[in-house]
Write a protein that binds this ligand. Structure first.
Ligand code: TXA
Ligand code: MG
Length: 335
């Protein structure tokens, strides 16, 4: 299959919408990461996503909608406290989980009785959803296990020859995937941190709980609340270790790896403390760091880096999403 990359524009959006209505899959930009979309009400179309990504069949997808009203196609019940979150944070990087309607095919929910839904704010994503006229199931547009794509070039790297069309809308602003909150239990439960932080959510949902799997490995044999959390994720080819205790310890680990014949790099906020060493600087604050993390992991691969030592960040605000992705890229290797 030939993969075409088209800059976002009227004709490209019309073509993408036509492909989705015809049961094909298309990559498109969102404010978080690029998604790989199919008609969420067409199980056969959704299966093509799993095939192109090499995604495990037990990992459910997020359905994207153009307007909150479209939720009635997907969700059996929408609790009032969910409506309050939707009013505050939709459109935007917040995914909510509801009891699903029968119309949602098992391919989207991976056999669960629930469905994850979000209304993206990226203008190209919103225009595509309006033009397609159907909810669009879309995971991140990377091969399964690779860092999520935050630019069209990343999608092409992973999907060339596997999908017909990539809409190029430039780099993604948030850079990590949406916040996922399960609304089906007694208390809202945060399963994956993202652009809408716990602090923001708690202004409206003070009883929000955070799943322990956000910052800790699953206990052996424990059931993942969010199936995606049990897989190694966001992984570059290099082995990643989070090194606590400050720049001197990072430098020592780097120098030892270099002496051992590795090609090391330091993943950090800024390069200044690491003179003459290879760094992957992400930016001054957690927001900028999140926006650049996945691109930096891909750059490390392109540079032939074999060993990454990462600075930890405080788990407040966007820091929680950043630390969650870092720990998963590291397979929870912290020293
Ligand atoms: O920002 C995003 O959310 C991006 C863009 C494209 O919108 N999409 C995305 O999709 O990150 P994906 O498939 O890479 O991640 C979806 C996550 C997975 O961890 C999955 O296990 C979880 O949401 N999930 C989906 N449906 C669920 C459900 N019914 N119950 C629990 N977790 C669910
Ligand atoms: Mg993903």
């Amino acid at each position: 299959m030939k993969t075409v990359v088209l800059p976002v524009g009227e004709d490209a959006l019309a073509e993408a919408a036509r492909l989705i209505r015809a049961g094909e899959i298309v990559a498109f930009p969102t404010e978080t990461v690029y998604g790989l979309g199919a008609n969420a009400l067409d199980g056969a179309a959704v299966l093509k996503i799993f095939e192109a990504k090499g995604r495990p069949a037990d990992n459910p997808l997020i359905a994207h909608i153009a307007h909150p009203d479209a939720l009635s196609l997907l969700a059996r019940r929408v609790p009032e406290r969910a409506r309050a979150l939707m009013r505050a944070f939709w459109p935007g990087p917040l995914t909510l989980i509801f009891e699903k309607k029968d119309a949602v095919p098992a391919e989207v929910s991976a056999g669960l009785s629930t469905v994850a839904v979000r209304m993206p704010s990226h203008p190209a994503a919103a225009a595509l959803l309006r033009a397609a006229g159907v909810p669009v199931a879309a995971p991140s547009a990377n091969r399964s296990g690779r860092p999520s794509p935050t630019a069209a070039a990343h999608v092409l790297e992973d999907m060339d020859g596997r999908i017909p069309l990539i809409l190029d809308g430039g780099p993604c602003g948030v850079g990590v995937e949406s916040t996922v909150v399960d609304m089906t239990g007694a208390h809202p439960l945060l399963l994956r941190p993202g652009g809408v932080t716990p602090e923001m959510l708690r202004t409206l949902a003070p009883d929000l709980a955070i799943d322990p799997a956000v910052l800790h490995p699953l206990a052996p044999g424990a059931q993942a609340r969010s199936p995606g959390m049990k897989y190694r994720h966001y992984a570059p080819r290099a082995r990643v270790t989070v090194v606590t205790g400050g720049a001197d310890r990072l430098c020592a680990r780097y120098d030892a790896a270099l002496a051992a014949g590795e090609t090391p790099a330091i993943l950090c906020a800024n390069a200044a403390p690491y003179a003459a060493r290879r760094t992957l600087p992400l930016g001054a604050d957690a927001g900028a760091m999140a926006a650049h993390l996945f691109g930096a992991l891909r750059d490390a691969d392109a540079q032939g880096v074999t060993r990454i030592f990462a600075e930890p960040v405080g788990a407040e605000g966007m820091g929680l999403a950043l630390m969650n992705r870092l720990l998963r890229a590291a397979g929870f290797d912290v020293e």
